[in-house]
Design a protein around this ligand. Structure first.
Ligand code: ATP
Ligand code: LTN
Length: 330
């Protein structure tokens, strides 16, 4: 069975972009692959966090993994810091990553170009930690949204570099990026990615948003004046984004089908259909989330997940340290 690994960094509440771009694929793939899904809490602290809020977001994230359908009897679900080898291999990978490579990472460049002050060293080096997250488990595939492709490509380069230098240490992973829904855009500015750091809060639908709020966000989504439900992200980014959301939430319904259904109809009808699909999915997720959050399942899942993940991760770290020549007593 091929192995798959992915993580989410809950620097805030999970949103529809995280669900459509990443989480739903973890669920789809858990039967077919050996799935490792973790919560990237070391990545969270690359930007300042309020400890209480972070703690709540981490628990919510695990509960949402489960509520969205990840099954701990199939997938290994764990918190990154519960497997210490991540930080250790992260440092080793960092020492095998060139500054020139880190300088090219668009996520860091974007933040820097916005003039944000006091960016942390962790934010700069985090792609090397992400490489370690993946390489520790010999993952064949990494399902992610479009924005993470560059990081998985860097992971491949680091793996190949270390394999060439020390002998075969790592499986070289491949990113898995869906054709539809890999980049869900903000509802209030469809030229920007739907993101937790949405300042207005209008463009981002959180998985735990009250249904009324979510419906309102969809109904007031920015569209255009073409009055045609047609897929063309260049000229109709808002409508195309809503089409991708609808398609992703209705069993990947072909975009052509959606165009045909709304031919000659107004944007109001179309938005209502999108809002219905969003609210149906959120209601399903929230009902399960409410059952899970205080049930003890979060803690049990993490305990079992960490034990299982550590077996692979510790063995890989030991192999790497030995190959590099860093070990004496083991
Ligand atoms: P954000 O920009 O919201 O802070 P992020 O992309 O930096 O999020 P995560 O929340 O860790 O960080 O992302 C988890 C997964 O969700 C990744 O695979 C990422 O590619 C995917 N993802 C995040 N935002 C979107 C989006 N708008 N559309 C599709 N996929 C997304
Ligand atoms: N960097 C990712 C989260 C992440 C990840 C990973 C995804 C950390 N480690 C390993 C896939 C595989 C992000 O910011 N979205």
């Amino acid at each position: 069975m091929k192995r798959m690994l992915s993580g989410i960094k809950p620097t805030g509440q999970l949103h529809l972009g995280n669900y459509i771009g990443a989480l739903r694929h973890f669920v789809e793939y858990q039967d077919e692959y050996e799935m490792y899904a973790f919560i990237a809490n070391l990545h969270c602290i690359t930007v300042p966090q309020d400890p209480e809020e972070l703690h709540k977001n981490l628990r919510d994230c695990v509960a949402l993994y489960l509520a969205c359908g990840l099954d701990p009897s199939k997938a290994t679900i764990f918190l990154q810091t519960d497997v210490r080898a991540h930080a250790q291999l992260g440092y080793i990978c960092c020492c095998h990553t060139y500054m020139g490579e880190l300088n090219r990472m668009t996520q860091f460049k974007d933040k820097q170009s916005k003039g944000e002050k006091n960016l942390s060293g962790g934010l700069y080096t985090y792609p090397a930690l992400m490489a370690a997250d993946i390489l520790l488990y010999d993952a064949d595939y990494v399902p992610v949204g479009e924005d993470q492709k560059q990081h998985v490509e860097l992971t491949r380069d680091i793996a190949e570099r270390m394999n060439n230098r020390y002998g075969d240490l790592f499986v070289v992973p491949e990113p898995l990026i869906a054709k539809v829904g890999a980049r869900i855009m903000s509802l209030s500015d469809p030229t920007k990615k739907m993101s937790k750091s949405d300042e207005t809060n209008k463009g981002c639908i959180y998985l735990l948003d009250p249904l009324k709020t979510a419906r309102k966000k969809v109904m007031s989504a920015v569209t255009d004046s073409y009055a045609k439900v047609h897929f063309d992200p260049e000229t109709q980014p808002g409508i195309s984004n809503l089409m991708q959301i609808l398609s992703s939430l209705s069993d990947n319904r072909p975009l052509g089908d959606i165009e045909a259904e709304f031919e000659g109809k107004g944007y109001g009808d179309f938005k209502r259909a999108v809002a219905d699909a969003v609210c149906t999915k959120l209601e399903e997720i929230q009902t399960r989330y409410n059952e899970i959050i205080e049930s003890g399942l979060v803690e049990k899942t993490l305990q079992e997940g960490a034990a299982k993940a550590s077996i692979l991760a510790d063995a890989k770290l030991a192999k790497v340290q030995k190959a590099i020549g860093m070990e004496i007593i083991r």
